[in-house]
Design a protein around this ligand. Structure first.
Ligand SMILES: Cc1cc2nc3c(=O)[nH]c(=O)nc-3n(C[C@H](O)[C@H](O)[C@H](O)COP(=O)(O)O)c2cc1C
Length: 327
């Protein structure tokens, strides 16, 4: 029987399947179900930086600071603490009830005061922290390097305050993806999660209004992350986690071959229920047995660009060859 254990950011996982951060991992009952279904680790639903600050602003509103100093200070402190305490309670409960690693998650957009709170995740027992970062590069006055500097500043501020491993979960809006990932790793990210999947708009042409695009991903969305993990996993000394579009054991195996250390599942669990984890773990094990692989390292990264006999196949030159027939 194959040994599925693996290491992600120094955490020992009994298998590489992680229940991704989502509404599903926002309560104890569900994360316990993920463990029971065989997950190697869970990432709790993100605590949102804006959630804290916007609520604080709503409560404080136009309050005149000079006239209501006590009330201002009370709301300022209590609204921050409310969400944070609730979240820390979830981390603590999950740590008490689960034996697999519990990873906390913060959705962040600025290197503000909240980074001082990062150590509270560590103190309460979180095994690692995932920074779920997304700054939409739509401001026509803000350059790419300014945006990248913001990501790095947030990471550095968090790293200053904690010793547990930190991963960076990002989207694909980077013109210098390789360089940015390298910077992030040099700034202390032990894990890189490629890629998050963001809200996108659609348009209703009858009602002439916006509508949401599908919340659940499609298996065809796996390719972007697969390509970037294959390109990057041998280039920088970090552990990669494959995310978006992984719906079955085949997707998990592809990511492991590309060089991922772990794989995050969300849509397939929302669609099929958490028992999907055990089917996928079984599928991985069956495939390993069929190939006579006894452990993950027997094939992990076998098809990364670094280990490939045809490294050009991962890049644009191959695309041009196949389209215009250059030899
Ligand atoms: C309903 C829903 C809620 C989500 N909430 C979070 C979140 O709080 N934090 C986060 O990092 N990602 C969140 N995600 C993104 C997922 O973790 C995951 O990265 C994304 O859905 C792509 O993976 P998938 O193709 O397996 O769904 C959410 C996704 C969904 C569908």
């Amino acid at each position: 029987m194959a040994n599925l254990s693996t290491s992600y950011m120094g955490l020992n996982l009994k298998n590489p399947i992680i229940a991704a951060s989502s509404s599903l991992t926002g309560n104890l009952e569900n994360v316990k179900k993920c463990e029971d279904a065989g997950a190697g680790a869970v990432i709790l639903k993100s605590l949102f930086e804006e959630q804290i600050t916007s609520d604080k602003n709503r409560m404080i509103g136009d309050m005149n600071y000079d006239a209501y100093t006590d009330a201002y200070d009370f709301f300022n402190a209590s609204s921050t603490d409310y969400y944070l305490d609730e979240y820390l309670g979830l981390v603590e409960d999950a740590k008490e009830s689960l034996s697999i690693p519990v990873i906390a998650s913060v959705n962040c957009v600025s290197p503000g005061q909240w980074t001082d709170y990062a150590e509270r995740f560590e103190n309460i027992g979180a095994d690692a922290l995932e920074l779920n970062m997304f700054i939409l590069p739509s401001n026509i006055s803000t350059s790419g390097i300014t945006i990248e500097d913001t990501y790095i500043k947030i990471l550095e501020n968090v790293k200053k305050n904690i010793n547990i491993p930190v991963s960076l979960k990002i989207g694909y809006h980077f013109s210098g993806m390789g360089n940015f990932i390298n910077r992030a790793v040099k700034s202390g990210a032990q894990g890189i999660v490629l890629f998050n999947r963001f809200y996108k708009i659609d348009i209703d042409i009858d009602k002439l209004e916006l509508k949401s695009s599908p919340i659940i991903s499609d298996p065809s969305e796996i390719h972007l992350a697969l390509q970037w993990i294959a390109l990057m996993s041998g280039e920088v000394p970090a552990d990669f986690s494959g995310a978006t579009g992984v719906h079955d054991a085949e997707g998990v195996i592809k990511h492991l071959l590309a060089g991922a250390s772990s794989i995050q599942l969300c849509s397939t669990l929302l669609k099929n229920g958490v028992n999907r984890i055990s089917e996928i773990v079984d599928g991985l094990e069956e495939w390993m047995d069929s190939k006579n692989y006894t452990k993950i390292s027997d094939f992990n990264g076998l098809l990364s660009q670094e280990n490939s006999k045809h490294p050009e196949a991962y890049e644009r030159s191959q695309f041009i060859k196949s389209v215009v027939g250059l030899s």
